[in-house]
Design a protein around this ligand. Sequence first.
Ligand code: ADP
Ligand code: MG
Length: 600
Amino acid sequence: MDENKTIKGGISVETEHLFPIIKKWLYSEKEIFLREIVSNACDAVTKLKRLTSLGEVHGIEDDYKITVTADREAGTLTVSDNGIGMTEEEVQKYICQIALSGAMDFIQKYEEDNSSGIIGHFGLGFYSAFMVSDEVEVITKSYTDAPAVKWVGNEAGEYEITIGYDKAQRGTDIIMHINEDETEFLGRSKLSEILDKYCSFMPTEIYLNCDDDAADKEDKPVNDTTPLWQKNSSDCTEVDYEDFYKKVFHEYRDPLFHIHINADYPLNFKGILYFPKLNENYDNIEGQVKLYYNQVFVSDNIKEVLPDYLLMLKGVIDCPELPLNVSRSYMQNSQYVKRMATHISKKVADKVNSLFNLERERFEKMWADMKLFCEFACMRDQKFFDKVKNAMLLELTDGSHVTVDEYLEEAKEKHENVVYYANDPVASAFYIKMYTDAGMKVAILDRHIDTQFITLVENDKNIKFKRVDSDIDDSFKGDGEVMEDEELVTLFKKFGGESLTVKFESLKNTAVPAVMNISEESRRLRDVMQMYGGAMPHIPDEFTLILNPESKIVKHLHETHDEAVAKHVYTLAKASQRQLTADEMSEFLAASFELLEKSL
Ligand code: ADP
Ligand code: MG
């Protein structure tokens, strides 16, 4: 090898800062060195593929692959590819210079922003190999005719280049001489774990070879080179999506639905987002979005690409527009990331609408899981609300689902612009029956968030939601006689206190002597205050007792003013509105027995 020449050099003064920092600083996430080296190998293959497809290179066999080989005895970990390779000039340019300037950016950034969360979201590319190696060799042969080159660098920052090294195959071997404290990186289990985490979807086949396990040598690749998100949604089946979900997120349950995103220029990202089954446990659901960069895993749980109300989504996003070593603070401040979040939220709204419009039955079945999320999202984001508001469903006490518009349309002969609801179908059973007997539907709104959400709908549609016990709908009212009886009013106030309003209102149902109503406004105000811990002044309930002059009992009271009967009627009206307290109940039972005895 006469014409071989050897160049020696030092990786410039800056390395004094660089190497200690590489060693110490990336300590917690050392394992990313393998991602960096394998992704470089992938890039090298991708570059050569591109040249071939552009017709600039001919006669290259389509047998691209990457091999990761651990040799415990030699203490080396080698990543080999048959990609584009490097000439001597390229080694000079890309390994000795560019890589370092990238590293210097990194150091500067580190000095500005030393919040611990970003550690590991920076990589040093090629140089991260020194986190675990004492020495690194690069043996590379360009796809051109240029002679092969060997570069050897040590952790002190010195390197040596040999030109005309003996390598016949096109491509690059990165041979890392693993530091004796880091030998776990020579074991199969550690290596598969890292490859699984970072390289599962890299676009070139990756094979793992470990000398501790000769049996399944180069058996099959550790990665899936064509992940689902890269495919056309029309080429993927429902089962494909479910399998992918279960595999990637180690889930055993099916997701509720998925959204396949393929955002074109200028956003340019792909992804699949899954809506998990939520049901009751909204608070406990932690979503997970995995971020990829051209199929290279970047980070788990990138919250920044989603608006906060979508954080329970699980999914993958592949975004070549974000740098591979993207930092948290970059994500938080990037306009681009904000646009991604907006785009995703729009896609979710579109999906909700399409489920509503095209798969109504399925949508209704999902509603129990979706409702809370939709209401929350609507409250957090007016735009989201505007998009989906006509797809929001009400669950009725008969188990059916309607939109507010459908509800109002159906009810319009009986009442206009009012939606009647119950928050506790058991406690309000009496009222619900009253409404359903009169041919009216009652919605179930049984969560705190419902009360806030309906305020949004009320303002938007200029309608009212009224709880079944807040009002007597006109259609219940009879046109019977009017009654006036101050004495009776005074008698009832004795039980209910001065704040009780007593009214006579004839009701069609003559079997009902009295109904207790509570003002919607004051009750809602109280509910809200309770939610904020009741630090505000006590809001008295505004109760109204409606006495039905058509009822035999009320007629009897009008004549007799019998206090025992009046008390009984009052308690019954109260009991139909809410649960009696323990004292009220025992008093009521005693009074009932007494009445029963009298009637014997
Ligand atoms: P980056 O990948 O962000 O460019 P790296 O530090 O990871 O930075 O790599 C520096 C450069 O070294 C690459 O851009 C590439 O030109 C070259 N390089 C590294 N590994 C290989 C490889 N396996 N084959 C060909 N070129 C490589
Ligand atoms: Mg790289």
